[in-house]
Design a protein around this ligand. Structure first.
Ligand SMILES: Cc1ncc(COP(=O)(O)O)c(C=O)c1O
Length: 315
């Protein structure tokens, strides 16, 4: 046939997806059952902002530690985008098989094509951590350029667990195995556009309220939502109030704020004053699809009161 009646090749546009109970389980599968490392080049290069909690451990770092590979960190800018110069410097050591770029909060503020040029130049595999960015990546596929994309499904959908690893470069598949193929049906049972729109709407509503009231000591980390970005949370920095106490007050008042990441992993501490400050002062508003917009005024009022109460003369 010159032109077949239907598609026949099977590999056009194909990016095999593997499903797990969590993103970290998928990352562990890649690091331990994926391509065998070269002797002096087994390393994983990671961004300098990685957290830990007693309850959850470190979703990013635990699989790296468990793989017993060497690791190091590259620097990030204040908006948590990749410092490309520092990434290039680190890659020049020739120690890394994998480079991880995290799309913090689902924000697409790093030019992934530039990162890919740098990783290709040294033959490293680019892993795009989209744990917070499932919807950003589905809405804006052109922003992704990794060989592999890692997703945390339970952070984006109302699911109790779930992770997905998509191999855009199928040559990286060796002995990796899906452990939760049932989750594919779950993910396909949702309207991704509707959820994306709700998340963007909630972000815009909270952002507008925060800008309107514009407090000293409350800085929007993500001032503008670009077209195609779908937020996981809305992060702000609290420079005057005690962040931990504001967090406690808000949750006690019934508003599910989080702090990503309140505590850096020990390995990433003491390297960058800006990153330390972010970890100390960040607090994240919920913008997920189940936020009732009628409750946003009360959320903002409670936040203002908590910031006021917990500023302790610092403002
Ligand atoms: C950026 C990032 N990547 C990966 C993970 C791991 O996600 P999961 O809880 O699905 O293992 C987390 C959360 O722990 C995360 O914040």
């Amino acid at each position: 046939m010159l032109i077949d009646k239907g598609a026949v090749k099977g590999d056009t546009g194909r990016a095999p997806a593997h499903f797990y109970e969590s993103a970290r389980a998928g990352m562990r599968d890649l690091l331990t059952r994926g391509p065998v490392p070269h002797d002096s080049r087994d390393g994983v290069l990671l961004p300098g902002y990685i957290g830990w909690s007693a309850r959850e451990g470190s979703g990013v770092f635990d699989p790296v530690r468990e793989s017993r590979r060497s690791f190091d960190f590259y620097r990030l800018h204040e908006d948590l985008s990749v410092d490309l110069d520092d990434l290039e410097r680190a890659l020049a050591t020739g120690r890394f098989q994998y480079v991880v770029v995290i799309r913090y909060f689902g924000r697409l503020n790093t030019d992934m094509r530039k990162v890919r040029e740098l990783t290709d130049a040294v033959g490293a595999v680019l892993v795009e951590d989209l744990a917070h960015g499932f919807f950003s990546s589905m809405r804006t596929p052109a922003a992704s350029a990794g060989h592999v994309a890692v997703y945390s499904l339970h952070k984006q959908f109302a699911m109790s667990d779930g992770g997905m690893v998509v191999y855009r470069d199928a040559a990286l598949l060796c002995d990796q195995r899906s452990t939760r193929p049932d989750l594919a049906a779950e993910v396909l049972s949702y309207d991704w556009t509707q959820i994306s729109d709700l998340r963007r709407r909630n972000f815009e509503l909270i952002r507008a309220e925060l800008i309107k009231r514009s407090h000293d000591g409350v800085t929007l980390m993500w001032p503008e939502l670009e077209a195609g970005e779908v937020p996981q949370t809305l992060p702000v920095l609290l420079d005057s109030a005690d962040r931990d106490l504001v967090y406690e007050d808000m949750n006690a008042a019934g508003f599910g704020m989080v702090t990503l990441y309140h505590t850096l992993i020990a390995e990433a501490r003491g390297k960058d004053a800006t990153i330390e400050r972010i970890a100390r002062t960040i607090i994240n508003f919920p913008v997920h699809q189940d936020v009732d917009p009628r409750r946003i005024p009360a959320l903002i009022a409670a936040f203002e009161a908590a910031v006021e109460r917990r500023s302790g003369g610092k403002r």
